[in-house]
Write a protein that binds this ligand. Structure first.
Ligand SMILES: Cc1cc2nc3c(=O)[nH]c(=O)nc-3n(C[C@H](O)[C@H](O)[C@H](O)COP(=O)(O)OP(=O)(O)OC[C@H]3O[C@@H](n4cnc5c(N)ncnc54)[C@H](O)[C@@H]3O)c2cc1C
Ligand code: FES
Length: 278
């Protein structure tokens, strides 16, 4: 075939995926396990996909699974047009997928041999889980692993069974907290920054990964500043409103960076600051 006969793939055209599993996690979030109908999705921890519902639109959603696992997993919070439809999906239903996108993903190779701390707020656990599970599937490649997870209330905790399994492992330190005290919750109460003193690894060399609601970054970064953590050792996962997902429309621009291409995971020292609102 000559060059002029080669039809370029339309980057805006989704491929179809089938929902294998759909489980409501609470009143607002659904967990989905999917497989592409054609070629398997190639992705790295920290990347996202553009999810589309015919006749409604698209939404960027982080991949929550590790590429070491079969198929891929998403957790979607219903907030508007697309996500409300996704929340209602059942096994066997189809979903449009573009991606995976985001060249700025978790530096899985560079982190080998390092002590890692993941600080997650609410649904921020979802993208972090992709790297956490990757590390667990390659456990001997990494140093100590600590996960701090904060949720508004105990009823909104995500992946409860998995967190309980993590808690039982002796090669991972898990600390959880909830903002609101409740008689059914015996654990820590307070915001996620309260857990920072529980970190046992060396603050000067440990690598920190932060993902949560915009307001959380300010306080977590202040907490790490107090411990003199070098900015080079901090990674933040940012969300901006997106349209194309591939660096063409400029919707996600933040200073000189496009979050969809250069992120969504950034080294803190490469950013001037972290925005408090999207
Ligand atoms: C890189 C990236 C990864 C993401 N990962 C996930 C994920 O794993 N799971 C998940 O549930 N969501 C995730 N989001 C957020 C998700 O993309 C939005 O919630 C979604 O686009 C809303 O689409 P909608 O059509 O349902 O809502 P719309 O009908 O477009 O909007 C409904 C309302 O929500 C507001 N809104 C739109 N986008 C956002 C947003 N990003 N954050 C807060 N409010 C918003 C709108 O201003 C409007 O008020 C991610 C966003 C980005 C950029
Ligand atoms: S979403 Fe279009 S440039 Fe990033």
């Amino acid at each position: 075939m000559c060059d002029c006969c080669v039809v370029e793939k339309d980057i805006y055209l989704p491929e179809m995926a089938t929902v294998n599993k759909a489980e409501l996690m609470n009143e607002t979030e659904v967990y989905l396990h999917l497989s592409m109908d054609g070629e398997a999705l190639q992705y790295k921890p920290g990347q996202f996909v553009e999810v589309s519902v015919a006749g409604i639109g698209e939404a960027p959603i982080s991949i929550s699974s590790s590429p070491t696992q079969e198929g891929f997993e998403l957790v979607v919070r219903k907030i508007g047009n697309v996500t409300n439809k996704v929340y209602q999906l059942q096994p066997g239903d189809k979903l449009g997928i573009r991606g995976a996108y985001g060249e700025g993903c978790y530096p899985t190779e560079e982190m080998k041999g390092k002590d890692l701390v993941f600080i997650c707020g609410g649904i921020g656990l979802v993208p972090q889980r992709s790297f956490i599970n990757y590390v667990l599937d390659n456990r001997s490649d990494y140093g100590s692993v600590t996960v701090l997870s904060g949720t508004k209330s105990h009823t909104l905790r995500l992946f409860i069974d998995e967190l309980e399994l993590l808690d039982q492992r002796d090669d991972i330190n898990l600390f959880e907290t909830v903002d609101e005290a409740h008689e059914d919750w015996n654990g820590n109460v307070g915001v996620v920054t309260k857990l920072i003193p529980k970190i046992e690894s060396d603050f000067s060399s440990t690598k920190f990964f932060i993902c949560g609601p915009p307001i959380m970054y300010k306080f977590v970064l202040m907490g790490l500043e107090e411990k003199n953590v070098p900015h080079d050792n901090i990674y933040v996962n940012l969300e901006r409103k997106m349209k194309c997902g591939v660096g063409k429309c400029g919707h996600c621009q933040m200073n000189d960076k496009y979050v969809c291409v250069d992120g969504p995971v950034f080294r803190y020292s490469d950013l001037g600051s972290v925005p408090e609102a999207i």
